[in-house]
Write a protein that binds this ligand. Structure first.
Ligand SMILES: [Zn+2]
Ligand SMILES: [Zn+2]
Length: 397
């Protein structure tokens, strides 16, 4: 539980408390008024974080409402920060940039040429979102997104993981200097960024939730099966009784037949109601909230690539990140860009997923979705969703 103790010690220290470690795994805290009020502590509190508590200590753990109380103390602070990534020693750029670029660039209908390379500072956004999925059970998770505003590309998941690792380990926090800000330039179009962030976030949340949803569907199938078996048995026995009365005559037989028919109807109604209950119980709600954002000013080697398609030319930038020794993928003007392959459009040389230039399933016309949107310009039919998914619809906060 060392991490929790360190967090609490840092937080209380920043709130003006006087803290003193006590063994085993505890803290003595002399807290100012506002901390005492927020946490409900006496002036001198002894906190214990381990399985073994120091004498007279209050146990603090991830369970209970402690995290909520610490969260209230932190408030909105730390939601957004700017930081410069400064490497302890310079890292030489790749000796074979063309080969490295070949590894990330797969243009199916265009050629490219490396035009220029220069070291510079770029601005990356690292955003954290929390999702909460609730059905009969509950699942929470964090999603990290990385976006390079200098090149307009999303960083792959393992690039984001590695950057976080670098930042978390032995690196002094440094505020961005004026020179870095000037080199990183203005932030790119916020509305495009918001739209693309939404699409990518959607994909990542669905991907994260897939095992949870699979397990949920198994439980739902099992429960539906049980409800069916139970009611099918009841119904069968009511039907058998009714058919045994088929040839009987007289008032009593008539009343018995009526009773059994009503029983069958009741069982069928109950079955439908039980299925409705299950549907309600297993209905999925997903909520996604933005938690934290870091603007990271990072040194990169920027490769300027000239792309040629028919008579058109376009220059795009691809950065190599020395901190993690990785080349980022090329931007993607339409689609999630999860695959390496890109198609280039004739009119504006947009780089898109293969689906971004695909022919219309109805009339066969091919068009660029980045230029003309998702509806076919000839027959107006909409392109089906980009990702194959039959998961339930979710909501964003
Ligand atoms: Zn286009
Ligand atoms: Zn069409």
């Amino acid at each position: 539980m060392g991490a929790l103790r360190d967090f609490v010690a840092d937080l209380l220290d920043s709130e003006g408390a006087v803290i003193e470690p006590v063994e085993p795994d505890g803290l003595d805290v002399l807290a100012p008024d506002q901390v005492r009020a927020a946490m409900g502590w006496p002036e001198l509190a002894r906190l214990g974080f381990g399985a073994q508590l120091p004498a007279g200590a209050m146990p603090i753990a991830l369970e209970g409402d402690w995290l909520d109380r610490f969260g209230a103390l932190v408030g909105e602070r730390g939601r957004f920060a700017e930081r410069q990534l400064v490497l302890p020693a310079p890292v030489a750029p790749p000796a074979d940039p063309e080969r490295r670029l070949n590894g990330v660039l797969d243009l199916r209908n265009a050629i490219w040429r490396l035009r220029d390379v220069r070291p510079m500072v770029t601005r990356c956004l690292l955003l954290v979102f929390r999702y909460t999925a609730t059905s009969d059970e509950r699942r929470e998770g964090l999603i990290w997104l990385g976006f390079n505003t200098g090149t307009g590309t999303f960083l792959e998941d393992d690039m984001v993981d590695r950057l976080r690792h670098v930042l978390a380990n032995n690196m002094e926090w440094q505020a961005p200097d004026l020179d870095a800000r000037a080199q990183a330039g203005p932030i790119s179009d916020a509305s495009i960024l918001a739209e693309r962030t939404r699409a990518r976030l959607d994909h990542l949340v669905r991907r994260d939730l897939e095992p949870f949803l699979r397990a949920m569907r198994r439980r739902l199938d099992r429960d539906c099966g049980r409800v069916y078996e139970y009611h099918a048995d009841l119904r069968r026995s009511a039907l058998t009784t009714r058919s045994s009365l088929r040839y009987a005559t007289g008032e009593k037989a008539e009343a018995d037949r009526k009773r059994e028919s009503m029983r069958v109807a009741t069982i069928e109604r109950e079955y439908a109601a039980k299925l409705d209950d299950l549907r309600h119980n297993y209905a999925l709600r997903v909520k996604v909230d933005w938690v934290q954002g870091l603007v990271l000013f990072a040194h990169v080697h920027r490769y300027e690539i000239l792309i040629r398609r028919r008579k058109g030319e376009r220059i795009v930038a691809i950065d190599w990140h020395p901190a993690i020794r990785m080349m980022e993928p090329p931007l993607c003007d339409w689609g999630l860009g999860l695959e390496r392959a890109r198609l280039v459009c004739d009119d504006h040389l947009h780089l898109t997923d293969l689906a971004g230039q695909a022919p219309c399933p109805s009339c066969g016309k091919a068009w660029c979705r980045a230029c003309q949107g998702s509806a076919c310009p000839r027959c107006k039919r909409m392109t089906p969703p980009r990702q194959k998914s039959n998961l339930p619809v979710k909501e964003h906060a």
